[in-house]
Every structure is written in C-alpha cells, then in structure tokens.
Design a protein around this ligand. Structure first.
Ligand code: R7I
Ligand code: MG
Ligand code: MG
Length: 323
C-alpha cells in the first residue's frame, strides 16, 4: 500500500530511537544468535514489563539535540547545535558516549569558545574522530531539508561539530542521504550513494546482496560492525536492503522493519548505533504503521520522537528563501 510522507517522517525518527533503545542490550557483543535476539524482541510484547523501560543512549540524546536545534532555529545554526550537545552531555553524561567525544562536549560547554568546530579538530592528534557519532544522529537533517544539496551540506557541518575526520563526517552524509532517499524510494538507489571512501564499501554491499544468502559472519567480516563510521554506516544500509524480503531465522509474521532491527542486533558489535541508523532508513521506507506499538511503548523517547517528526515535517515543507 501507499505510505504517506508524514508516516515516513514518523517512521524514520521513531525507528531510529527504537533501534538505539532495543539495540543497547547487545552493544559490544560478538555476533548474537537469532534466538537471543528474538527472545529480547518478544519480551517487548509482554505488557507486564511496564512501559518505556529501555533507555536511550547518546545516539538518541544527540539526535534529539539536532532535531530541537533545527526546529528552533528553522535551519542549521552551528552555535545553537553545539550548545545543545554540550548542555545535554552535562545534564546526562551517563548515556554511553564514545570515550573521545566527551572531551569535545566538555570544551563546547565553555562560554569563551568562539569557533565551535575547533574542539573536534583537536581530536586524535589533530586528525579528528572517525567514529560513527556523527552518522548516528544524522537522520533529522534528511527530515528538515527537502533538497539533497542541503541535506548533504548541513549533515556534514552538523557532524563536524564533533567529527572532523572525513570518514566521520562523510559517514554522516551517507546516512542522511540514505534517509533522504528512503523517504521517496528505496532499494537499488541507495547503492548509488557513492560517497568517496564509502564507494568501495557500497560495492561490497551490492556484492553481498547479489550473493543473496550471505552469512552473518561474511557480513561482519566484509562490512564490519564496529564503532567507526566506515564499519557501521554501510552495514546499516545493508541491513535495510537485505531485510526487504523474508529471511531465514526470522519469524514469518515480522514485517520489513522488524526484520531490519532484528537482523541489525544479530550482527553484534555496535548494535545500538547500527540498529539506530538502519531503523531510521527502514522507518523512512515503511512508515510508522510498520512499527509495533508494543516496541514503541517499551522505549524511552519514542513518543517525543514521533512529535518531533511531525514538527520536522512542517519545517521540511516550509518555503524558504534561498540562502
Ligand atoms: O563517534 P563517537 O561519538 O562514538 C559513537 C559511539 C556509538 O557506538 C555510540 O552508541 C557510543 O557507544 O559511541 O565517539 P568518538 O569518541 O569520537 O569515537 C568513538 C571511538 O572511535 C573512540 O573512542 C576511539 O576508540 C575510536 N576512534 C579512533 N581511534 C583512533 N584514532 C575514533 N577516531 C579515532 C582515531 O582517529
Ligand atoms: Mg549509544
Ligand atoms: Mg553504539
């Protein structure tokens, strides 16, 4: 059936939050057997567990900052976004942030700081971080800007507030463009997102798709499941594409979005972040109605994400003068 654009917006943001909350269980694990994944997921349907018990991590915390900043400033404002990252971190430092990025977030809190991109540039001996922290929070850029050039430009700048290495910010550009495309179409068009160093990885995604029966082990060894953007953004894209159809080991009653989240967890490694990114892309494709209510009720921040998505939808459709 037809999926409305508003439903896609809601699906993208709620899907991202769910991926983060649900994926947190296995972050850092080796590949996870399907039965452990399915046990975890079926636990969400148990009403006796109470609501909203799975807490979100830095992925969602920072994505909320991006959304609120884009909405309040009606567009990208690096000072405002940087301030929100710093404030969020100081209020809730225990959300599982990467060990390097916390130094950036502390520096961004300083009122004396004039260049908000500078702290990120000082990371890792001046090379900047190649972590996936820019990519994990990139989805709202695709929901705020209609035009692909704007999505590209602002997702890059938004990531550069913490990730100045090209692998770090290009991962964010790739993730934002993947969501952008999924709002309209999906499937093979995602593979045309040949962003420089990510080119080779996307070719591997294509190869694995053509092989069709690729095993979890092959996916991990060829695409990665790590904390580096290069080892997680193409992986998230693969999860979405691979799960467009039914897959062995996953329940037949699962729809595409459920399969995507489940499959992301089964890869192990940086599960919250890979599921968050795959959840955003899949959510933009399938829409909000594909996301089980019980999953939404189990996750902190899902309801707010839904409201933010509606507001971003209005921003996206706002007529803006050329800037
Ligand atoms: O990228 P970042 O925000 O971390 C995001 C991840 C997600 O999985 C979240 O769910 C959370 O768990 O953390 O944080 P960074 O500290 O910038 O980068 C993450 C890690 O990547 C660092 O702590 C390093 O281990 C590694 N890393 C690097 N190591 C060596 N040289 C990133 N850049 C470099 C580098 O240049
Ligand atoms: Mg996290
Ligand atoms: Mg993570």
């Amino acid at each position: 059936g037809q999926v409305s654009t508003l439903s896609r917006f809601r699906g993208a943001l709620v899907g991202a939050v769910l991926g983060d909350c649900i994926g947190g269980e296995f972050e850092g694990a080796e590949d996870v057997p399907f039965d452990r994944v399915l046990q975890h997921l079926s636990g969400l349907e148990d009403d006796t567990r109470g609501d909203g018990i799975l807490q979100y991590s830095d992925d969602t915390a920072m994505m909320r900052c991006v959304s609120h900043s884009l909405l309040t400033r009606t567009g990208f404002d690096e000072q405002d976004m940087a301030r929100r990252f710093a404030k969020e971190y100081s209020l809730a430092p225990g959300r599982g942030y990467g060990s390097g990025v916390v130094q950036v977030l502390r520096k961004l809190a300083s009122p004396q700081l004039s260049d908000v991109f500078q702290p990120a540039q000082a990371q890792f001996g001046g090379r900047g971080s190649f972590g996936n922290g820019g990519a994990m929070r990139a989805a709202p850029f695709a929901l705020a800007f209609k035009n692909a050039a704007d999505v590209r430009r602002y997702s890059r700048l938004g990531a550069m507030l913490t990730h100045s290495c090209s692998l770090g910010y290009n991962g964010a550009v790739l993730q934002a463009l993947a969501v952008h495309l999924s709002l309209q179409v999906i499937s093979s068009s995602l593979l045309n997102l040949a962003e420089f160093p990510y080119c080779a990885r996307l070719h591997k995604v294509k190869e694995l798709m053509e092989r069709n029966g690729a095993s979890i082990e092959e996916v991990i060894s060829e695409l990665g499941n790590g904390i580096a953007a290069l080892e997680s953004v193409p992986t998230a894209i693969f999860c979405v594409l691979h799960c467009l159809e039914a897959r062995e080991g996953l329940p037949e009653h699962y729809g595409g979005l459920e399969r995507t989240i489940a499959y992301s967890l089964a890869l192990g490694g940086d599960t919250d972040t890979i599921a968050c990114m795959a959840g955003a892309i899949a959510g933009a494709h399938y829409g909000i109605l594909a996301i089980p209510q019980s999953w939404q009720r189990s996750c902190e921040g899902a309801e707010e994400a839904d409201q933010l998505a509606e507001r971003l939808y209005k921003l996206y459709h706002l007529e803006r003068p050329e800037d």
